[in-house]
Write a protein that binds this ligand. Structure first.
Ligand SMILES: [Ca+2]
Length: 368
């Protein structure tokens, strides 16, 4: 599954540019919609009867005591997506019903991932040797395992080309997020990064969990709020206070760190949402189980129960590169670029690629 991604790498190497692409072109669409057009709704801890096709949050109690580090997401019916975010793949807003489930209260941390690796000996995709057979003509010395690292440029001509700020860095991995000379010392409680989709799935299998579906993620992220723009409400900075780790300033050259962090932040650094979940917007992107197709929402009916995503992937922007959904946005999402901390917006990533701003969290289903 890495082959396509590394073919791009080989092209970049041959061109003399070690900088690589990876997952970022997908986040190039700025928001053009008006937030002011939105009509905020009250929280929907309603008690609507039966299967009424209206937004509601189930009021049944949790089925058991919470597993360590997890919180109960009660299930319900919600309006998924965003019609006024300026993002065609988030349209149309549609009703979705999800069953209750357990969810990790934070993204998986470096400390947690380290325990998994120590117990299992697991080697992440970014740490594995590259197969020269897949890169004919590329000198073996160039085939160095690594991952995509955000490196702020001094200036940019435009925001159209993510290769201006993404570099393929040899030696970059979850252990060394910025490359050979870096480490995660002091970042135990930061989210693990540089994890490909398979890495996340392997960790969660070990932990007896699984990746959330995109619908589970968005329902949980909304925290019981109905059609708000963010996981915490309808204002980016309620009362002038930063409540998520995003980018402030002129992307990608000037990050003011107004929210306290220029890179990743501890997973509990910002307030919880309505379901007591941390970091459902900002800090790091989080893998979901679903394949990505931009038109998927338009294929669904009036109300869909526990959608699992399309059967396969297709991104017209990068045909032939299998992608899964990512959600939540990251510390690199800014007002003028990405803005995928908007709770109804969608991200996507090549399954064989992590980067310095992509992590994950798990869910556990209730046996019925
Ligand atoms: Ca920040």
């Amino acid at each position: 599954m890495r082959r396509l991604g590394y073919l791009l790498l080989s092209i970049a190497v041959l061109a003399g540019a070690v900088a690589v692409w990876r997952s970022m072109a997908r986040r190039a669409t700025p928001v053009t919609g008006s937030h002011a057009a939105h009509d905020p709704q009250a929280a929907t801890h309603a008690h609507a009867a039966g299967n009424s096709p209206e937004p509601r949050i189930d009021d049944a109690p949790p089925p058991a005591a919470a597993p360590p580090g997890m919180v109960w997401i009660p299930g319900g019916t919600f309006w998924m997506g965003c019609d006024d975010c300026g993002m065609p793949d988030a349209r149309p807003v549609h009703l979705v019903r999800v069953s209750g489930f357990w969810m990790d209260e934070t993204p998986v941390t470096n400390e947690q991932f380290d325990r998994f690796v120590r117990e299992t000996g697991y080697v992440t995709v970014a740490e594995r040797p590259l197969d020269p057979a897949q890169f004919p003509g590329v000198p073996a010395a160039k085939l160095v395992p690594g991952s995509a690292v955000f490196v702020p440029p001094a200036s940019v001509a435009s925001l159209d080309n993510p290769m201006q700020w993404w570099r393929y860095v040899g030696g970059a991995s979850w252990r060394r997020p910025e490359g050979h000379d870096s480490s995660i010392k002091g970042r135990d409680q930061h989210p693990v990064v540089h994890v490909a989709w398979d890495d996340a799935a392997a960790y969660l299998k070990w932990a007896d969990k699984q990746l959330p579906t995109e619908a589970q993620f968005e329902f949980a992220a909304r925290g019981g709020l109905d059609r708000q723009h963010y996981a915490w409400g309808d204002e980016l900075e309620p009362k002038g206070r930063a409540v998520a780790n995003i980018w402030q300033g002129a992307f990608p050259v000037a990050n003011s760190g107004h929210d306290g962090y220029r890179g990743t932040s501890p997973v509990n650094a910002f307030p919880v949402n309505g379901f007591k979940l941390y970091d459902m917007g900002g800090n790091v992107w989080q893998w979901c189980a679903d394949w990505y197709r931009p038109e998927y929402y338009a294929t669904l009916g009036a109300i869909t129960e526990n959608p699992q995503g399309p059967p396969d992937s297709h991104d017209p922007a990068e045909p032939g590169m299998p992608k899964r959904v990512q959600r939540g946005g990251s510390y690199l999402c800014a007002d003028e670029y990405c803005t995928r901390y908007l709770v109804g917006s969608r991200g996507k990533g090549a399954v064989d690629s992590g980067s310095s701003n992509v992590g994950f969290r798990g869910v556990r289903l209730v046996s019925r």
